[in-house]
Design a protein. Structure first.
Length: 237
């Protein structure tokens, strides 16, 4: 099995599909969690506390890190194999598409942007929350003052009050949208579902999932930026 998953192109794509599916499910959960901050800072902070340096959260974090590493490592392997076998053609599929999408030809580049965005996100949030608790602390410096490591609402408020963070995160979300529009349907294609009947349905599903994720994350970023920089009421609306 190990040889099949590593040496076979089908095995590599299967690993990519399984790890990608797990990551998409987590992204949907994370998006739902973030939306809570729009309605209640207390509820959002309660979730942050539940996902702090507790054993189950640490196990989940380690699992997510492993999934990201495996997904990206296998993407590099597939890209390298495709370059060697087919020149510049990358993610080959069995279903003939009426025009190859831009995202399908640039999945690795999009993946690198998504990975860089993830590192930025970890710097802004994980390093000031769960990591602080792992290191035995209880507070982190935010906007020149010490706040509780579980005060995610304050971190969101400050981070997205800065226009440059808003721009960087929106670029990240756009790259994630493109990545998912191809990645989600390709995941089902690897499982053999992308025949002539299911192909358009899966493409539609991929676009819906990608758009839902994009809007769910973007609305939080934009909401807190507008709230912090509202000229009509001094950022207090």
């Amino acid at each position: 099995m190990n040889c099949f998953l590593y040496n076979s192109s089908v095995g590599k794509k299967l690993v990519m599909s399984i790890s990608g599916c797990a990551l998409v499910l987590f992204i949907l959960f994370h998006m739902s969690m973030n939306l809570t901050a729009l309605f209640s800072a207390e509820a959002y902070n309660m979730i942050c506390e539940l996902l702090g340096a507790n054993w189950y959260a640490l196990v989940g974090t380690a699992g997510l890190a492993a999934l990201v590493f495996i997904h990206f490592a296998y993407a590099l392997l597939l890209t390298w194999n495709n370059y060697r076998a087919r020149g510049t053609q990358r993610y080959a599929v069995t279903t003939k598409e009426p025009g190859v999408s831009w995202a399908s030809k640039n999945m690795l580049v999009l993946g690198v942007i998504v990975l860089l965005g993830l590192l930025l996100h970890l710097t802004h949030f994980w390093a000031k929350m769960q990591l602080v608790e792992i290191m035995g602390g209880h507070e982190s410096m935010v906007d020149g003052k010490m706040v509780a490591a579980t005060d995610g609402a304050e971190l969101i408020r400050y981070t997205f009050s800065q226009w440059y963070n808003v721009v960087l995160y929106l670029v990240w979300f756009v790259a994630l949208w493109f990545h998912l529009t191809h990645g989600v349907w390709s995941m089902f294609q690897t499982a053999g579902w992308a025949n002539d009947t299911w192909y358009p349905r899966l493409k539609c599903l991929a676009n819906i999932v990608a758009t839902l994720i994009f809007l769910g994350f973007a609305v939080v970023v934009i909401f807190f930026f507008v709230k912090a920089n509202c000229p009509c009421c001094g950022g207090c609306c």
